[in-house]
Design a protein around this ligand. Structure first.
Ligand code: SER
Length: 632
């Protein structure tokens, strides 16, 4: 079956069972500051899992675009990708384990027609420390389901992966594992979850590729969670019914939810009984095109190129632009890494990657029409980044080879020069170094980055005779004393505005960027819809209220971890030094109105800010709003 067939069958299967299909959300999460990208279908649904009513009702289904940056180094084997589609169905306090496990089993065996003899399942063993019981109910349900297809399902307690490697399958069909494998929350295991985070035990289904022999370098024996490739996880039913409390204990949520996610490409691979997801309908033509043009064959690099080009077009389509920060930096890394693997390691011609975009978009046109709408933008952004890097890349590789020939360790200075002069992201230099059997001095590299930031700031101060004012961005924003004063007032106003936005619109508001000139402050923040006039008025009033209170604006210097604990806001993804300043408006840090990691400068009392006014509200990019405001 093709991925198109499976996507369609899945959605229809759940629609027939009373589910409403919801569209895929953007890869840029709106209202979720815990991750940079949407990495699973449940992320956009958090508030509904916590009890808010969804307009689609209590049963939902979709195929969600997902991107997991943390998997970038795994790409190259036969089953990991950074971008993937996750098939999902959800019960928002409606059905629970019984229906969920039966439906998924029916879908796999009746619709996808997988041989049930090749299916193995895992369940949660419990967590004594947190008083969460083992999931015996799911075990009974699975036993019944397998019995229905005449399979005697023996239960094996592996609990830890290490034990799995020691004892192996032992004729089992259902396996107990601990929280590391069978508990799901956005933050991972119960101990890692912050307060107010929901999570729950899960039950995963694995498909066995009998053509793959167990590789003992992964453990003496094979077991479902072994990484040798014989077993592949194809779906995960999370029974989301817990929430972590402030004191670290767990309580039951008011409703019992199901959060199911299954990798579309993986289920497709299982339907073909071929463990290589790059042999499925969407990725195969891309791999073939790469092979046709490449001078050398290297399956690892071919897969990296294919994955990274596909991920890039989806990211660009959702509004990510290559840059040196956060999401933009990830996109830049993907494109530059694809160019390097493509040209350096397998000898693809210059400019080749962007020629695959049309075919890729065509194969997704019916499912993700936004790719078609944004086609020109995608091609333009991708090609621009590709060509820019191609220009400097050859000399960069030469420089790299020269350094690597004579040194075992690439120094911080050299790694910095490769970045500054040739545009090599540090991760790329590290990868090339690893490939050549060398290492990179990452600590010195970081020091170089800091040192150069200082130098460029100092340079600008000199140029403007020492009157200038430089904000965190390192750019000169004001050069006369009047301008300095105005920018400083606007800077404090921006802090108050961020807190006021969170008061009025909720804590999904998170800074995405800011820019202050003597005329105005411009502030970008995550929010998934237009802000109403009424809300704008509320924000303005709130800021002016704090201005009128004339609270002292102070700062404290402290260790980063300590500063994080104070609840001070910070710019997600920004690398902060070990010691940071927290600026706060209030008499004490504890009860301050606003707290933020910041380098200053600020007014000494909020009263100096003056009358605050919002000038304009507009969209900045998908899921990001932009406000302009000034002070009188
Ligand atoms: N949230 C779970 C996962 O990502 C199931 O959707 O695996």
């Amino acid at each position: 079956m093709t991925s198109h067939d499976i996507r369609e069958k899945f959605i229809n299967f759940f629609k027939e069972r009373g589910h409403v299909q919801i569209p895929s959300s953007s890869l840029i999460p709106s209202g979720d500051v815990t991750t940079l990208f949407t990495g699973s279908g449940m992320q956009p649904l958090i508030k509904y899992l916590l009890g808010e009513k969804h307009s689609g009702g209590q049963r939902l289904t979709n195929s969600q675009k997902s991107f997991r940056a943390e998997d970038i180094d795994e790409v190259g084997d036969n089953r990991h990708t950074t971008f993937f589609e996750m098939l999902g169905n959800w019960s928002l306090g409606d059905y629970f384990k019984q229906e969920q496990l039966r439906w998924f089993f029916e879908f796999l065996t009746n619709e996808v027609k997988l041989d049930p003899n090749k299916l193995y399942v895992t369940v949660f063993d419990g967590d004594e420390e947190n008083n969460i019981p083992r999931d015996t109910e799911s075990v009974s349900i699975w036993q019944e389901l397998f019995k229905g297809v005449e399979i005697e399902a023996k239960v094996v307690e592996l609990v830890t992966e290490a034990r799995g490697g020691e004892v192996g399958m032992r004729g089992g069909r259902i396996f107990y594992y601990n929280a590391k494998k069978n508990w799901w929350s956005r933050a991972g295991i119960p101990a890692k979850m912050p307060a107010h985070e929901p999570g729950g035990p899960d039950s995963e289904v694995f498909y066995e590729f009998t053509s793959v022999e167990h590789n003992p370098s992964f453990g003496v024996h094979c077991h479902p969670n072994c990484d040798c490739g014989r077993f592949m996880e194809i779906g995960n039913s999370v029974f989301m019914e817990y929430i972590k409390n402030e004191d670290g204990t767990f309580s039951k949520l008011a409703q019992q939810n199901v959060d199911f996610g299954g990798g579309l490409e993986r289920i497709t691979a299982a339907s073909q009984d071929d463990p290589d997801i790059f042999n499925t309908d969407i990725l195969k033509p891309l791999i073939d095109a790469i092979r046709k043009e490449a001078k050398t064959s290297n399956i690892h690099s071919e897969r990296i190129v294919a994955d990274h080009v596909r991920a890039s077009i989806f990211l660009i389509s959702d509004g990510v632009i290559p840059s040196n920060k956060e999401r933009g930096y990830l996109l830049r890394r993907l494109i530059r890494r694809a160019v390097t693997h493509g040209q350096y390691l397998i000898g693809l011609p210059q400019g080749f990657l962007s020629t695959t975009i049309d075919t890729l978009i065509a194969s997704y046109a019916d499912v993700y029409p936004e790719l078609v709408t944004n086609k020109n933008l995608i091609k333009e952004v991708f090609t621009k980044e590709q060509s820019a890097f191609e220009k400097t890349y050859h000399n960069g590789i030469k420089t790299f080879e020269n350094i690597a020939r004579d040194n075992h360790t690439i120094s911080g200075e050299d790694a910095f020069a490769l970045l500054a002069t040739h545009g090599f992201p540090i991760e790329l230099t590290e990868e090339l170094a690893k490939h050549a059997g060398k290492t990179v001095d990452r600590i010195k590299f970081q020091e170089e980055i800091e040192r150069h930031k200082e130098i460029s700031k100092a340079g600008q101060e000199k140029k403007f005779g020492g009157h200038g004012l430089i904000l965190d961005t390192g750019e000169l924003k004001a050069s006369t004393p009047e301008e300095v004063q105005k920018v400083t007032r606007l800077h404090t106003a921006t802090h108050l505005m961020q807190q006021a936005l969170r008061d009025v619109l909720g804590n999904s508001v998170h800074q995405m960027g800011s820019d202050i000139t003597p005329e105005r402050t411009r502030f970008d923040f995550s929010f998934d819809r237009k802000v109403t006039q009424e809300e704008i008025k509320k924000v303005e009033n709130r800021v002016n209220e704090i201005v009128n209170k004339d609270l002292p604006m102070q700062h404290k210097e402290m260790k980063k971890e300590e500063a994080e604990k104070t609840g001070a806001l910070f710019f997600f993804g920004e690398k902060y030094p070990e010691t940071v300043k927290v600026y706060f408006a209030g008499n004490t840090l504890e009860d301050a109105y606003s707290k933020e990691f910041c380098g200053g400068p600020h007014v000494t009392h909020t009263g100096e800010v003056g009358k605050f006014k919002i000038l304009k509200e507009e969209a900045s990019s998908a899921g990001v709003r932009r406000l302009r405001a000034t002070v009188e």
